[in-house]
Design a protein around this ligand. Sequence first.
Ligand SMILES: [Zn+2]
Length: 243
Amino acid sequence: MPDTILQRLYLLPLSLTTVQVAPDRTLDMNCVAYLVTTNDGKHIVIDTGMVPGAGTRMNLPKPQYEKDIVTSLAELGVRPDEVDMVICTHFDPDHAGAHDAFPQAEFVVQRAHYEVARGGHERYALARPHWDYPALRYRLVEGDTEILPGLMLIETSGHAPGHQSVLVRLPQTGAVLLIIDAVPLQSLFRPDRPATPNDDNEEQMRASTRKLIELAEREHALTIFGHDAAQWKTLKRAPDYYD
Ligand SMILES: [Zn+2]
């Protein structure tokens, strides 16, 4: 059997919210997910977006637009039962809000993250009905792991224990580094990056940031940040794709 070859990476914008970060300053933050397709017809989803209604419960302003992942995939002609794998970066409510829409898929998460969340940490309670849905099958990985040829999970604890980023090596584009919430904004991509309000462990967060800076340089990677709506405006978004 020939190896699976990664074919396309789709960036799926799911919502856009303008938050007031200072009396005179706002910041556009997006909530996103990703789809990777392969030459042999596999569909790999990375994160599943916001828990429905969670923005209101978290006192976030009303988003400028909102789309759920199932609708977003349907626009690309992909049904939930065609999704083979869901890579879970972490179980925050803006990343694990619709895992239960993919009961046929295999879910891949860092063991350290799964154990903290399953242990009942309150941060992961809001999304728990979605990620701890009884029918879901989990594969627990430990540390950096090549999950398919060209698809690497990169352990980046700090924002959350066992948070993972994803490196996607594409045939034309080359390496694309999906940093997720290890570094949510491009302006924070520096070795001394300051902590953001939801970071769990400042020392690990900084070590992970340095690891990602080195990896991005070594791979000459297109580097995509977790919530940077300004950066996303400059990128190809679905239905366009990177190949
Ligand atoms: Zn997030």
